[in-house]
Ligand binder design. Structure first.
Ligand code: SAH
Ligand code: SF4
Ligand code: F3S
Length: 486
């Protein structure tokens, strides 16, 4: 295998969620105006940008991949760590320049930072015209119209019902193979470090029939994989009583049963055996055996679980308000192994240097990683967020240098584990779905196996969107390399 190909498709683990951003693709359907969107943060935000593009399309906007051509620029922002917000502030400074030459340009800040800072953002960033939170995107066309007439606007109303269920997202940056489907919004957990419950509001689940319909439409367009998205997918719960009281009459309501996450997974898995199903994020306190057995029953539900632990120490988990302890977590992992076997991919999120964490407690995180043998992880050092429980109750007392050193140890541990886990795949035959061209060489394609690992294969006569069985021949800590098995 060509060495050149080896280190491709690697996202620096500690940066993966903090700095990544995606830009809209060009779409020309003859609309009179152009919208440019940049999305930061998690997959939910990317998925929301697709809803925003759809709402704006209905109101006369095509998307553009070059902001110089845009009439409206939206930044869909993230507040999860301070660094994520600083990235957006710097980007706004760059747009300042453009705006001074083009006063007709409308600039909007959407997403979690908009929700967190509200009117303050207009005061602090003078070039911004509209500030719109995650539940108020239906109001964007009005606010943009007002901005075009010189009226700045803010809508950060958080809803208990909004799921945008009826909006068919415009697929941005799509490879035509994989798509995200939001199945719920908000979060009712109160992890003490986390800003999401404040920026995304109360948890609510989307009507399962609209989810199935969206997946069916994707299949009809040739998509091969959907990822069901929510901050805590295992608490997905939809019933007419909880979600739809106002809209259904009594007779209609009688025919609808409560659907939990296992039920939803099954409904989506049944759409087509050649549609792969993934989901994210699972919360260790909520993931049920029923979900694991449903995964086992359907070959097209990928054998991969993102199960963020955050810390391997029970005292820290308690301070974090995660509502499980080390033993509970390890029991859940044992159950995953029992039901789905060694090959099921497991990944995690880890926070180094949370308030009052001792060296010994930090080492508990390292030892838990050894026990679980994660395939990969997203790793961060603790960043205090204003307004969270931890900011109110605890002192952010671990010096930055120590946080960074602990994070480094966690990253090194993960790299070792990833390599071990990847080496276990060598010699195996796996089905992969080809998703695109490898970043470093046109002669290679990249796909993913069921456990969510990237596999690089020679292009030969393969096409994007095709399933192919490959023999794994080599690996790095981030990537598998395979040859087509005929
Ligand atoms: N709903 C998901 C996580 C969403 S946020 C879950 O419950 O696991 C993604 C990740 O960012 C979290 O898992 C956590 O590891 C990290 N994170 C959240 N708040 C943070 C903070 N204040 N400092 C550092 N990392 C944080
Ligand atoms: Fe944040 Fe916890 Fe909700 Fe995840 S489950 S979004 S970490 S509050
Ligand atoms: Fe960031 Fe909001 Fe997602 S804070 S991680 S964009 S829910």
């Amino acid at each position: 295998m060509d060495n050149l190909i080896k280190d491709i498709d690697i996202l620096p683990a500690d940066e993966a969620q903090a700095c990544e951003y995606k830009v809209t693709a060009e779409e020309n359907t003859g609309k009179s105006k152009k919208l440019y969107i940049e999305s930061y943060g998690c997959q939910m935000n990317f998925s929301d940008s697709e809803i925003v593009a759809s709402i704006m399309k209905e109101n006369g906007f095509d998307t553009t991949a070059t902001f110089e051509n845009a009439d409206v620029i939206f930044l869909n922002t993230c507040s999860i760590r301070d660094k994520a917000e600083q990235t957006v502030r710097k980007r706004l400074q760059q747009f300042n320049q453009i705006k001074s030459n083009r006063p007709d340009l409308t600039i909007g800040v959407l997403g979690c930072m908009a929700e967190r800072l509200k009117e303050k953002l207009l005061e602090e960033e003078h070039l911004v015209d509209v500030v719109v939170g995650p539940d108020a995107y239906r109001d964007l066309p009005n606010l943009v119209m007002a901005a075009e007439e010189g009226q700045k606007g803010v809508n950060t109303f958080l809803s208990r019902e909004e799921t945008y269920a009826d909006i068919s997202p415009v697929r941005l940056n799509s490879n035509g193979v994989s798509a995200f489907i939001s199945i719920m919004r908000g979060c009712d957990n109160m992890c003490s470090f986390c800003v999401v419950p404040f920026t995304r509001g109360r948890e609510r689940s989307r009507d399962p029939h609209s989810i199935v319909k969206e997946a069916q439409e994707l299949v009809a367009k040739g998509y091969k994989e959907v990822t069901l998205l929510g901050q805590n997918v295992d608490s997905y719960k939809w019933s007419p009583e909880e979600n739809n009281k106002a809209r259904l009459n009594k007779k209609e309501a009688e025919h609808i049963q409560i659907v939990n996450f296992a039920g939803l997974l099954e409904m989506v898995a049944k759409i087509s055996p050649s549609l792969r199903i993934r989901f994210s994020t699972s919360h260790p306190k909520d993931i049920t055996d029923e979900v694991l057995y449903t995964m086992k029953r359907y070959d097209n539900i990928c054998k991969y679980i993102h199960l963020p632990v955050q810390s391997g120490n029970s005292r820290i988990l308690d301070l974090m308000n995660r509502t499980y302890d080390r033993e509970w977590y390890l029991e859940r992992v044992a159950k995953i192994r029992e039901i789905l076997g060694e090959e099921c991919g497991i990944s995690s999120d880890m926070i180094a240097g949370f308030c009052s964490e001792t060296e010994e407690e930090h080492r508990d995180t390292l030892s838990l990683m050894d026990l679980v043998q994660y395939d990969f992880s997203y790793m961060f050092y603790y960043s205090e967020r204003p307004g969270t429980l931890a900011a109110k109750k605890y002192t952010d007392d671990i010096p930055l240098e120590i946080k960074k050193r602990r994070l480094q140890e966690i990253i090194e541990k993960q790299n070792q584990l990833s390599l071990v886990r990847n080496q276990m795949d060598i010699g195996k035959y796996q089905e992969i779905l080809i998703e695109g061209v490898s970043k470093r060489s046109e002669d290679y394609l990249k796909g993913r196996n069921s456990a969510n690992k990237v596999v690089i294969v020679p292009k030969e006569d393969l096409e994007i969107g095709q399933y192919v069985t490959v023999k794994i021949t080599d690996c790095s800590s981030a990537t598998l390399f395979g040859e087509i098995s005929r």
